[in-house]
Design a protein around this ligand. Structure first.
Ligand code: HEM
Length: 490
């Protein structure tokens, strides 16, 4: 295992004299940003960033970030492409995080009831602490509801996969499609104790959410349509928020009623947040942050497992069934905590393919940012853009950095590497607070990832799947399931 050599980037005194200008060029206004965005979308993102690293022999480079004109008024960024420079983005004393959750463009607030929701707030704005506190309180209060809600919803998902494979209707079962419906139900039940399908929303939640999410994220996506169409429709001008108005209204009605009945809106009022602002924030956290995240996270984990093959499946099944048996045949959070390989596998999936790949921040003052190879001057106000896969697949920190190594985080040495797992917008060794911008659901997300692996390998010995890519993550079609030969039960 490579010895970790990275440390948090810093504006270190004494480096000033050595610090270099960040290499790279923004090129010709308007033309170069469009050329850069075409490279980003159509050559492949890894290739796009690697070509800059190679050209300038630096992992800190200037380039134009997508989407560029006319979506973003200023596409010029300093890209951070290694594990050492990247963490400056977590330091809210050095970077401002106002209005840059989606990057160099910001979707209209007409999509969020006229409010700038938590993800767009900088911690220096008093509202940030209030709303983040509300979400942290919600997650703490509902902690015990997560495991039963997950098990009941995903148990049904596994039934559906089996039915689809048995029906002979097709040779495979689309995990992503089933996951969309299941994750939405799970989140409603886990957060508010109200299954969306039992309300007037019915089964429309996932499709309504997807349309609303699409309006916000399409500048960063390609759909495989002819380039000219995609450029004009998705990447040049924002689509009108009106398109998702009715979808948003229906989602709002569900969240409003569910959050009122579960007392979350009362908690918000006590904290000094109006019920309306709280509800728009809860909708965003549930649908954008949580549902959007699970849409990418869970197929990502299944994709890694499928590619890893039967030997790993056997080892996971053995570990999981032994711990469940030791817990009296019950799946408990304490039993899940003891499953070291399962935990490592989830961290490794999050490292290899972080669900949210881009992070941004404006330098609050002149800074010096260090990469492994040099120190660079950054001026106050410049936009920093981290491409996370290059930080978490940094070969100077991780051996076989581009490979899925299931045991990577097992044992004491493995634990030390957790500092470099940063999917939550912060190291895995740090906790979210009202003063930072780390995902408040950091622990919940890792738990959910583990529960998927646990429940799957209680039920099955192994499986096969076709793994491809789609929009923002992996597409997994399950082609076969081998049911558990030895019992563990729960
Ligand atoms: C922030 C990832 C699930 C609520 C973030 C950020 C990331 C992230 C990368 C930082 C964005 C930035 O500022 O650059 C994920 C992933 C998830 C997930 C991958 C699931 C797979 C959730 C869930 C919630 C949530 C379940 C529910 C409460 C938030 C909120 C923020 C945030 C409110 C903004 C934090 C702040 O402003 O301080 N998340 N998240 N996320 N996430 Fe998550």
């Amino acid at each position: 295992m490579a010895t970790p050599r990275a440390s948090n980037a810093s504006a270190t005194d004494g480096l000033d004299l050595l610090a270099k200008e960040v290499p790279g060029s923004y090129g010709i206004p308007f033309i170069s940003p469009i050329r850069d965005r075409l490279g980003f979308y159509y050559d492949g993102q890894d290739k796009f960033f690697q070509s800059r690293v190679d050209k300038y022999n630096s992992t800190v480079v200037r380039l134009n970030a997508p989407p560029g004109p006319f979506m973003a008024s200023n596409p010029r960024v300093i890209a951070l492409l290694d594990a050492k420079s990247f963490p400056v983005l977590f330091d809210v004393d050095k970077v401002a995080k106002r209005d840059l959750f989606t990057g160099t463009y910001m979707p209209s607030t007409a999509l969020t009831g006229g409010f700038r929701v938590c993800a767009y707030l900088d911690p220096s704005e008093p509202k940030h602490a209030l709303i983040k506190q509300l979400l942290l309180t919600l997650l703490a209060t509902r902690k015990d509801a997560v495991l039963p809600a997950f098990r009941s919803e995903f148990g049904s998902l596994f039934d559906s996969i089996e039915e689809e494979l048995d029906s002979g209707a097709g040779k495979s079962s689309d995990f992503n499609k089933l996951n969309d419906g299941t994750a939405f139900e799970f989140l409603g039940e886990a957060f508010f104790g109200v299954r969306p399908s039992a309300t007037t929303l019915g089964s429309t939640g996932p499709s309504r959410s997807t349309r609303w999410l699409f309006l916000q994220l399409c500048p960063l996506m390609t759909l495989g349509l002819p380039k000219i169409l995609e450029e004009l429709l998705l990447h040049t001008f924002p689509l009108p928020p009106l398109i998702a108005r009715w979808d948003y209204k229906a989602l709002y009605k569900y969240i409003n009623e569910a959050a009122a009945s579960s007392g979350v809106l009362d908690t918000a009022e006590k904290l000094g947040i109006s019920r309306e602002e709280a509800c728009h924030n809860l909708l965003f956290a549930t649908v954008f942050n949580s549902y959007g995240g699970m849409k990418v996270l869970l197929p990502g984990i299944m994709g890694c497992l499928a590619k890893a093959g039967e030997d790993l499946h056997k080892r996971l099944a053995k570990e999981i069934r032994a711990e469940v048996a030791a817990a009296g045949g019950k799946v408990t959070v304490a039993a899940v905590e003891r499953m070291e390989l399962t935990r490592s596998v989830v961290y490794e999936a999050l490292r290899l393919d972080p669900p949210v790949k881009y992070q941004y921040g404006h330098a609050k003052r002149d800074l010096i940012i260090e990469s492994h190879d040099g120190a660079y001057q950054v001026r106050s106000g410049e936009m920093l853009f981290g491409y996370q896969p290059f930080a978490t697949r940094d070969p100077k920190v991780f051996d076989q950095a581009d490979q899925f190594v299931p045991d990577r985080f097992v044992g004491e040495e493995g634990q030390k590497l957790l500092e470099y797992v940063v999917w939550s917008n912060g190291p895995e060794t740090v906790s979210p607070t009202v003063a930072n911008k780390q995902c408040p659901a950091k622990d919940l997300v890792v738990l959910v990832g583990r529960l998927l692996v646990v429940d799957f390998f209680i039920r099955y010995d192994s499986f096969t799947a076709e793994v491809g890519t789609q929009l923002l993550g992996a597409q997994v079609n399950i082609t076969s399931l081998a049911k558990a030969s030895t019992g563990a039960s729960s």
